[in-house]
Design a protein around this ligand. Sequence first.
Ligand SMILES: O=C(O)C1=N[C@H](C(=O)O)C[C@H](O)C1
Length: 294
Amino acid sequence: MLRGIHVPLVTPFAPSGEVALDAVERLAVQALDQGAAGLVALGTTGEVAALSGEERSRVVEVCGRLCAERGALLTVGVTGNDTRSVAGALRELPEGVGAALVTVPYFLRPSERGVIAHFEALAEETPVPLVIYHIPYRTGQAVGAATLRRLGAHPRIAGVKLAVGGVDQDTVDLLGDLPEGFEVLGGDDPFVSPLLALGASGGILASAHFATQAFAELVDAWQAGDAPRGRELGHRLARMSAALFAEPNPTVIKGVLHARGLIPTPDVRLPLLPASADAVARADLAIKDGRFDG
Ligand SMILES: O=C(O)C1=N[C@H](C(=O)O)C[C@H](O)C1
C-alpha cells in the first residue's frame, strides 16, 4: 500500500487570501500524471495548522476526487498531541481517504511507553490504516527502533514516515528487521536515496512537487537493485531538495511554484514568511541544473 512517491501538497492561496482550490487541483493532477503513487493532504507542507476546518475539508475533497479517479492513495495528515482528540479526528475522516498520517505526539514529551499506548489506542479506533509520522526535530519526542517495530506489528499500523534528519542507528536497526506488512517511507527529502538503499519502500516528499517522475524512477532503481542509477539520480535529487529546503518549508517550494506560474501567489500564512528572492532563484536554478525540467 505505501509504495512509491507520495506528494504532500502545498496549499496555494489566491491574492484574496482564500485557498486557491483550482491550483490545488492543478498541482494534484500534475503530480499524479507524472508518476506519484499518491497524495498527502494536510501535511506540514500544506500548512495544516493555519487552515480552518472548512478549508481543510475542501482540500481533502478535491484531493479525494482526483485520487479516486486515478486509483491513487490519498493520505490525510492528522495532527494533535492528545489521544482522545486525535481519535475523534480519525473517526471523522471522510470516505475516500485511504490512510492517515499521524504525528508522534509533540511538545508533551511522554515516555516511549506513552507513545506506544497513544498509537495502540488510535489503531483500535481508526477507520483507515495509520502511518506514523516520526519527525523528532519538530515533535521533540524520541522514538526508537524497538518502539516502531512493536507498533508496526499492529495490523492497523501500515508504516512510518521517517524524518529523523539523517540516517541514524535506529533507522538502520529498523530497516534491518521490519515487521511483516510495515513499510518505511522517507520523509526527509535529502536522505531519501540512502533510505531506499536500506530498504524503504518510497517517500512522502515535498520536493517531489518538482521532478516527480525522477523521484518515482529513484524508487524503481533501488527496488530493482540498480545501485549506479539510484546513486546518480539520488545525488542529483538531493542537491535539488537541499535548495528547496534552504528556508522553512514550504516557503521556497511555494516561491518556485509561483515563479513558474503554477500557483497564483507565493503566499504563506503567519508565522511563516515568504522565502527570500535569492532562495527562490537558487532553488529554481537547482531544478534546472539537475536537468529536471521537461
Ligand atoms: O508535509 C509533509 O508531509 C512533509 N513535511 C516535511 C517538513 O516540512 O518537515 C518535509 C517533507 O518533505 C514532507
